[in-house]
Design a protein around this ligand. Sequence first.
Ligand SMILES: Nc1ncnc2c1ncn2[C@@H]1O[C@H](COP(=O)(O)OP(=O)(O)O)[C@@H](O)[C@H]1O
Ligand SMILES: Cc1ncsc1CCOP(=O)(O)O
Ligand SMILES: [Mg+2]
Length: 264
Amino acid sequence: MADIAPILQKMRADAPLVQCITNYVAMNIAANVLLAAGASPAMVHAKEEAGEFAGIASAVTINIGTLSPDWLAGMKAAAETANRNRTPWVLDPVAHFATGFRARAALELLDLGPTILRGNASEILAFSGATSAGKGVDAGDSVAAAEETAKTLARERNMVVAVTGERDFVTDGTRSARIGGGSPLMPRVTALGCALTALVGGYAGAWRADAFEATVAALAHYGVAGSRAHVRADGPGSFQAHFLDALAAVTPQALASEAEIEWP
Ligand SMILES: Nc1ncnc2c1ncn2[C@@H]1O[C@H](COP(=O)(O)OP(=O)(O)O)[C@@H](O)[C@H]1O
Ligand SMILES: Cc1ncsc1CCOP(=O)(O)O
Ligand SMILES: [Mg+2]
């Protein structure tokens, strides 16, 4: 993969409109993350308009964190429009292993063919049928334990899979990358994973040619901003503010030099 600096440059130049169908907890932080990074968020989920709105979005992101039947209908409508228009869309299967309703919804959305699947290690691992150690929305498994499942899913479903945790893993089934940085404070601030899913959508909407490269760049941006915020924060509360500042402050050149990317 070439330099990631031009990917951030393009994302900021385009300021892509990202339709976020996300959960009640994540809406505010996901919108702020997109604005700080340089994209344009819109939280539009009603079944009466989600499909229509997807027609004007540069990317669609779908997160099942606080799911209900009406929301699921809006998600499917948005995904179908995205597919028709070849607009990239990202699925975040929050705690899909926790209840039958969630599990069925995640599989139905997966069957619609997301461009990118982004989840924590327990969420990705659970797609293999293995029992995960996830506790609701929080991961209990290592990223390493989910790598093989991620590769299999990516190959079988022709999508990019991003597994996040202490050290992230991204694969399209052929290419892979591991991304470091970030902070142990990140899982102690709610919905930072959901907000990352929204940011992945922003990058994919701007970098249409290669969803794998777009995902790596988004995760690297998050990792660099997380590392920068870590050294300034006194705890989870001040971390969130420093993290938003850092997302905005990272330049394409700084992203290229500070990103911790390993190509296995
Ligand atoms: N222990 C950690 N150290 C550094 N970064 C982390 C750690 N745990 C999670 N992250 C980062 O937090 C972000 C959200 O990931 P994660 O916590 O896995 O998602 P979720 O919130 O969906 O469970 C990712 O950028 C990930 O790299
Ligand atoms: C706490 C909570 N409950 C339902 S969704 C949600 C947010 C989960 O956010 P993340 O997956 O980023 O930890
Ligand atoms: Mg999550």
